[in-house]
Design a protein around this ligand. Sequence first.
Ligand code: ATP
Ligand code: FE2
Length: 331
Amino acid sequence: MDVLTCLGIESTADNLGVGIASSDGRILANEITTHVPEEGGIHPREAARHHADVVGDTISRALATAGITSRDLDFIAFAQGPGLGPCLRTGATAARALSSYLKVPLVGVNHCVAHIEIGRLTEDAVDPLTLYVSGGNTIVTGYEAGRYRVFGETLDIAVGNCLDVFARAAELPYPGGPAVEELALKGEKLIPLPYVVKGMDLSYSGLLTAAMGELRKAEHSLEDICFSLQETAYGMLGEVTERALAHTGKGELLLTGGVGANKRLRSMISLIAEEHGAAAKFVPIRYATDNGAMIAWTGVVAYMSGVRTPVESSFIDSRWRLDEVEVPWRS
Ligand code: ATP
Ligand code: FE2
């Protein structure tokens, strides 16, 4: 069978990513351009304007890296949701234009599904339980009967967002996760902070408020607050992940998303996997944070099982849930 080539566009938040993947499982390009806000957090409209400015260049770079021309592309994939509306719309517009210009099919991809599929590819995972932790998502998921089921998720803010907002209040550099991680290494006292697990779901807003309260009170060192924040935040993740692993009996535990770079979290995940006889797998950071390669690769697996997204149904869905997506390639 002929090898097919897919270009994928990721634009759910502050990264504009363009990846190219082939149907024999090779990633040929993974180019990323990041929007850095002048101050504060991400502004959806500004980020979207940035994406519109750089998308042409980023596509050219990806084609050059892959050593192909646009005429070699067999179909175009794009992140259709979930994410920030204006950002998603920019990526979708570029994908539609490219697909109609080249007269090749369009495949809309769910961003969360893509985080799992790229991990299955790069880490040779077959049927993992996945912990996906980033600035916008906190999800424990695994495949069951035709879909990726959500076993646990945050009820309010994502764990990465909790770290970033705390770090901004503490005047630490952005993104907050690595800065908090570094300071936490020097902390040793565990300050009691709200540990909120409800059933299988998590809540991080109370933890954030309390940690910021500790900053203002200044009774403890910043190192101890960072240490306690991490221990509490990751302890909650560990509890829910372990229960889902025990419940599903899956043999692999996959960690992905930007927060997955954290060494303390990785060691907890390794320990949990070991105790349950599962293999711990960590998605390499260039494929774990938002990237175009994961969209291109998920476009490939979806296309190969017959998924197509006609232009008239290619509107974005900023709240498209992971567990609403049919994944025919897994059945
Ligand atoms: P998504 O759209 O999937 O929600 P995102 O836009 O938040 O993704 P990512 O790059 O996947 O992008 O994740 C960024 C998050 O990862 C930030 O919240 C950042 O603080 C966090 N992070 C990065 N490195 C570390 C680290 N070493 N420890 C903890 N958190 C980290
Ligand atoms: Fe993401």
